[in-house]
Design a protein around this ligand. Structure first.
Ligand SMILES: [Zn+2]
Ligand SMILES: [Zn+2]
Length: 389
């Protein structure tokens, strides 16, 4: 078969593999059984059809680039530089799984550093931005890259073929496995079993939530298969495990404090702080990110009630959700700092109590800070009807 026919055949196989292995999960999770998996959805926002077509279009270009480079190495004299072998008897059978595993480790390293490079300000806007147009990715986003990035990504293949003995079966399994893991990363749904969280594998392997966080927050979780490089280089998202736990709690039932049920538009806060003066804290406050609105009203005895007027778009996107209403109870004036009130804050969506503080920065700004374990989240509430000084 000449090179052109090999290229046509390889392209067809790559495109077909894309439509089968991204298409089946897409139709299961996004079409036919959507409601069955609603608890597993990572970002509840819906992806527009138009964006899905964009992801598919970009992926087609990537599939062609992958096929072309693959063919140039495997079906031209360039093959003599590789360690590809056709006769199974040349190596022991176990070489195949071992090479497969080593390939994943090398690919993960290659991907991590290439990905870090792709996020360099000089490169990001010209190249990698195509992949990041999917900030709520679907399985179709798995190959949604700019052409330059596609070429960069596929260069792992000649590297592997030159340093590892690979049978065509190993190459087939590697590309298939790599694509399936890629689809899982972009699935938009967390499907990991419950036991996974308590296994040592969780410490090493990335999940769908892991890569989804990369798409939602950009500057974290650059790894492809494993967490190792991100952990080593300090680029893992600090709230990854909390996000993962939250979704798994939704799927399998919460294990944390859950006696308080969420009440969207009722009293959620009683501040016993006497020092929060009414003219300061009373009024309507909004969170610019989520659009949530709260109203603070004075009660008798120096206490305050907070009503949630609107919970904003927190139900639309779980990653906006930590900018959701933080509600506090029994905030006391801090010994450490004037105008700082410390106590417990209740996060209605997660049904968690966390340590928190409220600080009135000025007449129009309220800084709310929540801390749980090593995680800290700050948000700034803005007075709805600003008081001009
Ligand atoms: Zn991605
Ligand atoms: Zn990226």
């Amino acid at each position: 078969m000449d090179l052109f026919n090999e290229f046509l055949l390889t392209s067809m196989v790559t495109v077909l593999r894309y439509f089968i292995f991204a298409g089946i999960p897409f139709f299961i999770f996004y079409k036919f059984f959507r409601s069955n998996f609603s608890a597993s959805k990572i970002q509840s926002r819906k992806v527009s059809d138009q964006h899905l077509y964009y992801e598919i279009g970009q992926s087609m270009k990537t599939a062609i680039a992958f096929s072309l480079i693959g063919c140039l190495i495997l079906f031209t004299p360039l093959r003599s530089y590789t360690m590809v072998y056709d006769n199974m008897a040349e190596y022991a059978w176990w070489v195949i799984p071992v090479v497969l595993l080593v390939s994943l480790v090398i690919h993960d390293t290659y991907f991590y550093w290439l990905h870090r490079f792709m996020h360099h300000p000089a490169v990001f806007g010209k190249v990698h931005v195509v992949h990041h147009k999917s900030n709520n990715p679907s399985p179709w986003a798995s190959y949604s890259f700019d052409l330059i990035e596609s070429v960069g990504e596929v260069m792992i293949l000649p590297i592997l073929l030159c340093i590892l003995p690979m049978h065509p079966l190993t190459i087939f399994l590697f590309t298939l496995l790599s694509f399936i893991i890629n689809v899982y990363g972009h699935l938009g749904y967390e499907i990991a079993p419950r036991w996974f969280r308590n296994s040592w594998l969780f410490e090493i392997i990335g999940t769908s939530v892991y890569h989804n966080l990369h798409h939602a927050r950009f500057h974290y979780n650059y790894g492809l298969y494993f967490r190792c490089w991100d952990r080593l280089m300090g680029t893992e998202h600090p709230e990854y495990e909390a996000k993962y736990d939250e979704i798994q709690a939704r799927r399998f039932g919460a294990s944390g404090p859950s006696s308080v049920t969420r009440t969207t538009t009722m009293i959620l806060l009683i501040c016993s702080s006497i020092s929060l003066s009414a003219q300061h804290i009373e009024g309507t406050w909004s969170d610019p990110h989520s659009g949530a609105l709260i109203q603070v009203e004075a009660m008798k005895g120096g206490q305050y009630q907070v009503y949630v007027l609107s919970s904003g778009n927190e139900t639309e996107d779980i990653f906006i959700e930590d900018t959701t209403v933080f509600l506090c109870k029994e905030l006391m004036p801090s010994q450490r700092q004037e105008d700082l009130y410390e106590g417990e804050i209740y996060l209605p969506r997660r049904q968690w109590y966390v340590n928190g503080s409220i600080q009135q920065l000025d007449e129009n700004h309220l800084q709310v800070c929540g801390t749980k374990g090593p995680f800290r989240h700050k948000m700034l509430w803005v007075r709805q009807e600003e008081i001009t000084p």
